[in-house]
Design a protein around this ligand. Sequence first.
Ligand SMILES: Nc1ncnc2c1ncn2[C@@H]1O[C@H](COP(=O)(O)OP(=O)(O)OP(=O)(O)O)[C@@H](O)[C@H]1O
Length: 395
Amino acid sequence: MESTSSGAVSRPHPAAEAASEAPAAVPEPGLAVEVRGLRKHYVGKGADRRRSEVVAIDGVDLQVRAGELVVLLGPSGCGKTTLLRCIAGLERPQHGEVRVHGRIVFSAEAGVFVPPEHRHIGMMFQSYALWPHMTVQDNVAYPLAGHAPRAQREQQVDGMLERLGIAGLGHRYPGELSGGQQQRVALARALIASQSLVLFDEPLSNVDAKVRKRLRAELREVKRRNGFAGVYVTHDQEEAMELADTLVVMESGRIRQVGSPRAVYERPASIYVADFVGDINRWPARLVEPGRARCELGTLQLSDRPAQARDGDDGWVGIRPEHVNLAPASAGTLINRVPAIVQDIVHLGARIECRMSAGGMPLTAHVADAQAHHLSVGQAVDALLPPEMLRWLPR
Ligand SMILES: Nc1ncnc2c1ncn2[C@@H]1O[C@H](COP(=O)(O)OP(=O)(O)OP(=O)(O)O)[C@@H](O)[C@H]1O
């Protein structure tokens, strides 16, 4: 097992980070990455100039299966990049273990630290970090430098450009390529370093919204055809939902929920996750008896709630705007009927939001075009919150 040194790790040029020794053999199916009990803190000076500790990663466990794209999502400063850099070997954690394709590349306990260039990991960075003075061929060949004879390198690069649908661009410079072509070149360089595991650090963050959307679709397509495993850092939830096989929501150095994008959206594990992933109407509440929660809107029925929730727990009830139904105001006794007053009707292109006030608190429903025509500001309506769509959200 390689071992190693490394104290403080400075941030080299991204393209140099992409460098790796000759590509590893394609691994057995199984786990591409396994992180256990990882903790990384930085020591610096606080505002009062005293020594202070910032815990960037706090006891994180993470698994990435072969061929799976795991997206780390969370607000600025929650530790996404630090986790990625710990996997890459660009940071040295204080506790825990990291395995890549089953091989221990970091273990605090055993004193193992395999340097980045020996981890067989490809990397893709913000704005791709292509060398502007090098041709596509040379950019993609960069991680192979010194590891294979020139003819063999050229053959490998040609094969990779072919795989990613950019054969024939080898002689061009990055400035002569479209955004999508540049992305494919950066991906080709990452994949040539490792055909089985790529780490992505917000690669689309400097691209405008429309182009970003197209590039995401391209990335999905390339991933589908090439089947590499990846860890992808972003704070853009739409990007996360679109790209992830598995979504990991982080907060303050910890993982708060892991699941498919759909599962995380439909069944958020806490108010934090519910707020961070998509829009949700939510109210502070207390569980009062099996299947019921009391909040300022009244007592609402819930079809199910997390197994660990107990009567008397304080938390929140929430419902996504697309699950709120509107009906004419009535004095009926429908379940979870909430009287509301329409405050605004907002056309947002693909959807129409009816923004209301219910008991003095905001409540939003998505409505169809035909229904919106029958709504007006100031109108009294009944908002119906289907019990099967209402969620109990622990604090
Ligand atoms: N080299 C460093 N020295 C001191 N503190 C650091 C260092 N790098 C990161 N941190 C701190 O560690 C925490 C996690 O930072 P990290 O960059 O991992 O967050 P992030 O979720 O990737 O944020 P962003 O989305 O803004 O990039 C933050 O509080 C940050 O200030």
